[in-house]
Write a protein that binds this ligand. Sequence first.
Ligand code: CP
Ligand code: NVA
Length: 304
Amino acid sequence: MKKDLISIRDLTADEIESIFKLTDELKKDPSEFDKHLAFKSIALIFQKPSNRTRVSFEVGMYQLGGNSIYLSPEEINLGVRESIKDVAKTLSRYVDGLVLRTFEHKNVLELAKFATVPVINGLSDFSHPCQALADVYTVREKLKNIKKATLAYVGDGNNVCNSLLYLCPKAGLNIHIGTPKGYEPCNVVLKEAKAMAHTTGTSVKLFNNPAEAVKAADVIYTDVWASMGQEKEAEKRKKIFKAFQVNKKLVKSAGKKVLIMHCLPAHRGMEITDEVIDGPGSIVFDQAENRMHVQKAILIKLLG
Ligand code: CP
Ligand code: NVA
């Protein structure tokens, strides 16, 4: 049966560890894998802009000996020019995997339902699983022992936050979240993450105070205050999120040496200051690079 990557929720701790182990091998000797996906192709259906996701999938697929086809919003016009069902059925006859970047999460589910090839969620309004996998992989690379380390996510309880919430407790990391009131992550995700944390002995905590959220953290993570599709709310959100900016003062509140993460693109001077994102603790570009290595592992697992 074909396997998709729609949400971190669907992955077991063992599957996650196996993706990370394969990523280690891919990073060590990329040339050893240069024919793993020979003659295979993926289609990238993107309804939103992208730098990292598109380029890392395309280059990653090339490095594995395969091919990728980018389909811009205008090209496929998903659900408008053609139904998601018909797009899924048609593309499944040509390619070996689909990556979808979309708005409503149900679009990913619909595509996966009708595609006969693996579907990878390349970001929906609800989740960003490839991002979270690359993030935790990066933390695992940087900290000698991630078990019981604490990642503090500060800002909007968005797609990236939801995916980190699903992943951290499964990977043995504590996750502390600081958002303004009314901008907390999805309640269902929070509940499930807490249940998972209970079984792995980790903690999931929610704060409405950024300094409390980052206290004793090993990693501080932030993302944009207005995600793609929320552009109209950007001005309003600027005021609401002001106190949640990751700046020198907030970083100091951690009370120890801390790693700085951001999924990018960053709005410098808004959710994060230049001196923090360019500062000594910042690992944002290692994080960005790892998108490609981790996704190569995902591609091999699903299409290989
Ligand atoms: N982090 C991330 O997904 O970046 P892009 O939106 O540029 O793909
Ligand atoms: N939360 C952001 C992530 C971008 C990679 C967005 O959805 O726009």
